[in-house]
Design a protein around this ligand. Structure first.
Ligand SMILES: [Zn+2]
Length: 465
């Protein structure tokens, strides 16, 4: 579809200019005032055009438990999450749609879904997420979440000798599932990519990481993982490897310019140097880190070391929303308290660049996505600057990032296809989605997790509580 956006505000560094933007066959073909009209005319007056942002780490099916999770640190929180994960594939489909819709309504046009797989229905789970993302039209990077150790292996043993149940599926069988997923669903030109995504060093063997590296090289696909989200994981890495998790992943060969790593809260300076050297991307999930008490990732240190950083919402059970602009706001100003030198603080313009081009870099798509540039794919978002939350008129990006923008997305396109128009999703019926989410859930009160009861004493003792 071809179209011309007229008289729209775009950012040029710290300033703005009013211009026309022409899109032909999904690509940006001209940016200049008073262009000849090609295709449909879109009125850009009093609107701001930005590249689509990237929700670079989430777990869509966590939507079913948002709002109800206990105040627990990650290791215990996960136990509760899995005790009450009531998933069927239809729920996976609906929560993927919900995650996509909330991402779109907060400026995102791409989502990285570190997708929790239903045991025994792994490929069916992925198929449902693919169907949802293709129907709504968001650009999807599906990273099937895999592990090959059982939950208790993720907690440091301390002085005890721990015996963990073996994981229910072999490492080889898990890798076969991922290879099948790549063959069946990896279609970047159709907006769906598959990533290899071991959950993290806390629940994965070296063999699983090595198998993922092989698949990544064989099929030219990106790599994703959680990394050092909690203090317990940093402690576990020392027990497991006798060195930091980052050093170990570097030795395995997992870190690269197409590797994105969620959280990165507990890194030392030497680890940061390794991320800079290997050109891996850090995905900052500030709301989740606050909600689970994981800590504050040293984002300003990453930026100063030249590490590429972008933002994610993380799953909605540790957030408890999928508002990307909210994650960007908190993820920017949170660091004003960690670094007294205000010259290092993240400006709104920088935050938007991190959330767009930074996200694209981490997905090995910086040539195709992440900025309003000639030849790039038209993943674009048009914001209504007459919306009450963006008034009075000041600095549009400043207010978009630092304010509390509400219903400000007027239009969004992915690869030139319009999926939001006049503030409404055009591809799916959002009212029906609301009805389904309502019908398939119920008001919930405090729950008792059996697994938390079993492992809490050990966790407290090993963490010195
Ligand atoms: Zn996560």
């Amino acid at each position: 579809m071809n179209f011309t956006i007229q008289n729209v505000l775009i950012a040029t560094g710290e300033n703005y200019t009013c211009t026309d933007v022409q899109i032909v066959e999904g690509k940006i073909t001209a940016i200049a005032p008073n262009l000849d009209v090609v295709g449909t005319v879109i009125n850009g007056s009093n609107k701001l055009l930005l590249p689509g942002l990237i929700n670079a780490h989430t777990h869509s099916s966590e939507m079913w438990q948002r709002g109800v999770m206990s105040a627990l640190p990650l290791e215990l929180w996960l136990a509760e999450l899995y005790d009450f994960a009531p998933l069927d594939t239809e729920q996976v489909y609906l929560s993927a749609l919900g995650t996509a819709a909330e991402t779109l309504f907060s400026g995102g046009t791409s989502v990285v879904d570190h997708l929790v797989l239903i045991p025994g229905q792994e490929l069916a789970t992925i198929a449902c997420a693919v169907r949802a993302y293709q129907e709504i039209g968001i650009r999807a990077f599906i990273a099937p979440l895999i592990q090959d150790e059982s939950l208790t292996a993720g907690i440091p043993t301390g002085e005890t000798t721990a015996n963990h149940e073996p994981f229910f599926r072999t490492t080889a069988a898990t890798l076969e599932i991922i290879e099948a997923a790549v063959q069946q669903f990896h279609r970047p030109e159709e907006g769906v990519s598959i990533l290899v995504a071991p959950t993290g060093i806390q629940l994965c063997t070296d063999a699983l990481f090595e198998g993922c590296i092989e698949l990544s090289d064989l099929y030219n696909i990106c790599r994703h993982s959680h990394l050092l989200e909690t203090k317990a994981q940093a402690k576990l890495a020392q027990e497991k490897y006798g060195c930091s998790a980052v050093t170990h992943l570097k030795q395995l060969g997992y870190l690269s310019d197409r590797t994105s790593l969620a959280h990165c809260v507990w890194l030392e300076d030497a680890d940061i140097a390794i991320l800079a050297e290997t050109q891996a991307t850090v995905v900052h999930n500030p709301l989740s880190n606050l909600r689970l008490g994981s800590g504050i990732a040293p984002i300003l240190k990453y930026c100063q070391a030249g590490v590429n950083v972008t933002f994610g919402c993380d799953g909605a059970s540790s957030n408890d929303s999928q508002d990307l602009l909210e994650a960007i706001k908190i993820g920017s100003i949170l660091h004003n308290v960690t670094d007294f030198d205000y010259r290092h603080w993240i400006t709104p313009q920088k935050a938007i660049e991190m959330a767009s081009l930074g996200g694209a870099k981490g997905l090995n798509m910086a040539e195709q996505l992440g900025s309003i540039s000639l030849g790039k794919q038209a993943d674009l978002v048009l914001y209504d600057l007459t919306n009450l939350s963006l008034l009075p008129r000041t600095d549009p990006i400043g207010l978009l990032v630092l304010g509390r923008p509400t219903n400000v997305v007027d239009s969004a396109w992915v690869n030139g296809k319009q999926i939001i128009a006049n503030g409404q999703v055009t591809t799916i019926n959002v009212d029906e989605l609301r009805q389904e989410l309502f019908n398939r859930s119920h008001w919930t009160t405090k729950r008792q997790s059996q697994t938390v009861a079993e492992i809490e004493a050990h966790y407290r003792s090993v963490m010195g509580l």
